[in-house]
Design a protein around this ligand. Structure first.
Ligand code: TEU
Length: 553
């Protein structure tokens, strides 16, 4: 009931048929699982609950045999407090590994400064054995490694090379911009969080690239998760000539609906803010650098519930979001279950939750006098557990995820929302994703075309173009529950007499022109191709998305 390596191996055909190129596994190293696997006690072993190193080798072989690649999570900003390195470091003031972590003397009998942990409470914990505090930007059980120490860096590079030798194709690097601290903040009187990128970050990443990847045969993927990164820095991190990272995960577009005081505020998301944010990243990384594209992951609520409509327009809004994601320029990441339209967990009680961040937030808020009902309501929108419920394979008990008891409750909607039902449906979200991935594989303009946002200030219309070598794609999405008339001149600033008109409908999520699609033998997934003769206004149905293609010569 935990989702193990053999389970993944048994589902590789599903991923391959979807068109997946690279599989990113969240951490499966040996871990006491306090923050799921982001709390590692041995970097060179597999947690027994997920399998063995032999199982892992078999997984790598199977993934490669299917023409896919495998990327592991690399969690090296912090270790588990159970890791041998920390056990040694905490054992005495003069232990050789003392300097591998951030130890500081108490200040006026208390924490060295007011840094706060991302998971509530201070970012410093007193270790009675030596009377000093250690730094942890996350839970007290997740002490931060001191990257200023060369031995730490060498130990990490050795470990990374060991996994690459085993056949791994790259790493998703957890909070990698946090490995470089700012000494003046560490030893200053700051309150707030310590999420500041130290000046040595570029140096460390270049060193890692040299020590781990350079001169090695093969293609590797590196993506650095970077809370708080701005696009100026991201352009530096991902400029290929600087030899740092292939891409970063930035957080701007998933932070827009957070109120300033707490990430658990549920202020409504503004479409204008979302599309302008994504567009600014498109432009900033257009010439040098490269974007990652994502709408959700294991740390975010389900993208369908957050940005779409998980009720009546579940199919339409899931496919609209998928289209927007895949038609931006960058590398799209699909979070498991999004390809079948999985939605938020909607847990009713705090006992349903497993996530350390949600549980700590609940205790802190309730102890601080908040009404538990309000806190639970906020968690229903924002908790990371929303996206961590088991993948819904079919309508059998536990959604076919396990015959044992799942580690976290299955979303009760699994009887209707599941992979088997979706794939059998004429309105299959999975098949629609397949189509989008094929387009990206086949059409250079999807992978590489220049991006330009249209109708920036429209509250419901999401419109942009992509162009490359005389081919232009026009993407139109109605992000809303009402039909929307789109006028080429007034809404998009397009000359209505332009050659090619709207163009050919390359992909869309409403049948539109059924007569034609019957005649042309439309693919499953609700798409068909027809030529629109002229540039009259078009009406987009609720959550309808269309991608038009034309040649501009
Ligand atoms: O996440 C780091 C991060 O900045 C956030 O997404 C974080 O999870 C949280 O929402 C902070 O408010 C990474 C991992 O993806 C996450 O699962 C881990 O819990 C975290 O690092 C610590 O390793």
């Amino acid at each position: 009931g935990v989702g193990d390596i053999d389970g993944i191996r048994s589902r590789l055909g599903y991923l391959q048929a979807l068109g997946v190129d690279v599989l990113w596994l969240s951490p499966i190293y040996r871990s006491p699982q306090r923050d799921n696997g982001y709390y590692i006690s041995d970097y060179q072993d597999i947690d027994p609950r997920f399998g063995t190193l032999a199982d892992f080798d078999a997984l790598v072989a199977d993934v490669h045999a299917r023409g896919m690649k495998l990327v592991m999570d690399l969690v090296v900003n912090h270790t588990s407090d159970q890791h041998a390195w920390f056990q040694e470091s905490r054992s005495s003031l003069d232990n050789p590994k003392r300097d591998w972590y951030w130890w500081r003397k108490p200040k006026n009998g208390a924490e060295p400064n007011g840094f706060r942990s991302a998971f509530s409470g201070p970012a410093w914990t007193l270790d009675p054995a030596t009377g000093e505090y250690y730094l942890h930007l996350f839970a007290p059980e997740q002490p931060d490694l001191n990257w200023e120490n060369l031995e730490v860096r060498e130990a990490v590079y050795t470990m990374m090379r060991w996994w690459l030798d085993r056949g791994v194709d790259g790493f998703r690097m957890d909070v990698i911009n946090l490995i470089a601290k700012r000494p003046e903040l560490i030893d200053g009187d700051e309150v707030g969080d310590a999420f500041a990128m130290g000046p040595q970050i570029h140096e460390y990443l270049q060193e890692m690239r040299r020590e781990v990847f350079e001169g090695r045969d093969g293609d590797f993927l590196t993506v650095g998760e970077m809370p708080g990164v701005n696009f100026e820095d991201a352009a530096l991190f991902t400029d290929a000539s600087r030899l740092e990272l292939d891409m970063v995960f930035q957080f701007e577009h998933v932070s827009l609906d957070h109120g300033p005081s707490s990430k658990f505020d549920n202020t409504e998301l503004e479409l204008r803010a979302l599309k302008k944010s994504l567009a600014s990243w498109q432009l900033a990384l257009a010439d040098a650098g490269w974007n990652s594209l994502y709408l959700g992951n294991h740390d975010q609520p389900r993208s369908l519930s957050r940005f779409g409509d998980d009720g009546r327009y579940r199919y339409e809004s899931a496919t609209l979001l998928a289209t927007l994601l895949h038609l931006h320029r960058g590398t799209p990441y699909i979070y498991q279950g999004d390809e079948i339209g999985m939605s938020n967990a909607n847990f009713a009680t705090i006992e349903d939750y497993r996530d350390i961040e949600s549980l700590n937030h609940y205790s802190e808020a309730v102890e601080g006098g908040a009404n538990p009902v309000d806190v639970l309501e906020a968690l229903r929108f924002r908790s990371r557990d929303n996206a961590r419920t088991p993948v819904q394979w079919d309508s059998s008990p536990n959604a076919g995820f396990s015959t044992g008891e799942p580690w976290i409750a299955v979303n009760p909607n699994y009887r209707t929302v599941n992979a088997a039902a979706d794939q059998a449906s004429s309105r299959s979200i999975y098949h629609y994703y397949q189509r989008l991935i094929n387009l990206r594989h086949e059409l250079p303009v999807v992978a590489l075309g220049d991006f330009a946002l249209l109708a920036d200030d429209h509250p419901h219309l999401y419109a942009f173009t992509r162009s490359l070598d005389g081919t232009e794609l026009l993407v139109l999405g109605n992000v809303g529950m009402e039909p929307l008339v789109v006028n080429p001149v007034a809404d998009l600033g397009i000359d209505a007499s332009r050659p090619g008109g709207w163009g050919i409908l390359l992909v869309g999520n409403y049948p539109g022109g059924e007569a034609l699609s019957a005649a042309s033998g439309a693919q499953p997934g609700g798409y068909d191709i027809h030529r629109s003769a002229q540039m009259d206004a078009v009406t987009l149905q609720p959550w309808e998305v269309r991608v038009y293609q034309r040649e501009v010569g």
